[in-house]
Design a binder for this molecule. Structure first.
Ligand SMILES: C[S@@+](CC[C@H](N)C(=O)[O-])C[C@H]1O[C@@H](n2cnc3c(N)ncnc32)[C@H](O)[C@@H]1O
Length: 214
């Protein structure tokens, strides 16, 4: 395969980090309101789902620049591990954690979560904006559930409609993209080993899934 997802995200790291930045010009606010609604909603739902956070261990898979990890460390998580296979993302995540004063509680490591071993287990697992790029979702879900003690949170991009098509066209030259229907997700989580109850909610351009081990 010539298109590399890690290579794409390595070179996109700076711009992706800026999406979370505080460039609150009227144009940025408008763009964020229209195009980044899913990102805002999945962030808010994940943070809310991680209560209570004091003393908990969290893994943030495909952590990117580390915004989920850092927020949870600031809220009192005992330990947060961010994992990402794009070097540029890990570098920014470490710098962001130091700037936020939570470098001690966060551990950012470079790795491919579908291939590399993951030590230990975690109260909460976060997989936001990542399943879009995963070729074998069932294996990935099973791996996440095997290290999760309380809850895992995933997002999956919604297939169908003009916005999905527009994204597929944009990503053609970047990396492989995988999209989902509610039925496909239901089948996937129902048949994944280590997954008990789960809830699928559509939020704008994503499905937000909360899964419990069982
Ligand atoms: C769209 S970004 C989302 C970052 C972060 N979760 C967020 O929502 O702000 C997707 C991230 O997943 C990472 N990623 C994709 N597939 C991965 C894999 N197999 N192992 C580790 N990281 C992966 C990419 O490098 C990228 O940083």
């Amino acid at each position: 395969m010539t298109k590399s997802t890690s290579g794409f995200f390595h070179s996109y790291a700076h711009d992706f980090n800026a999406i979370y930045g505080n460039k609150n010009t009227p144009l940025n606010s408008l763009i964020n309101r229209i195009f980044r609604k899913s990102m805002r909603l999945r962030y808010a739902k994940t943070i809310e789902g991680c209560y209570p956070i004091e003393g908990k261990r969290v893994i943030d898979i495909g952590c990117g620049p580390g915004h989920f990890s850092i927020a949870l460390a600031r809220m009192g998580a005992q330990y947060v591990r961010g994992m990402d296979f794009a070097e540029g993302m890990i570098k920014i995540a470490k710098a962001n954690a130091e700037d936020a004063g939570v470098g001690e509680a966060c551990d950012f490591i470079m790795g491919d979560f579908t291939k590399d071993g993951i030590d230990g287990d975690f109260d909460y697992s976060i997989v936001m904006g990542v399943m879009d790029y995963i070729e074998e979702p069932k294996k990935a879900i099973e791996k996440v559930m095997s290290i999760t003690k309380s809850k895992a949170f995933f997002s999956f991009p919604v297939d169908g409609g003009i916005l999905a098509w527009q994204r597929k066209i944009r990503y053609r030259q970047r990396c492989e993209l995988y999209m989902y229907t509610q039925e496909k997700l239901h089948e996937l989580f129902s048949s994944s080993a280590g997954c008990g109850k789960f809830e699928i909610v559509k939020i704008s351009r994503d499905f937000f899934v909360t899964a419990f081990p069982g």
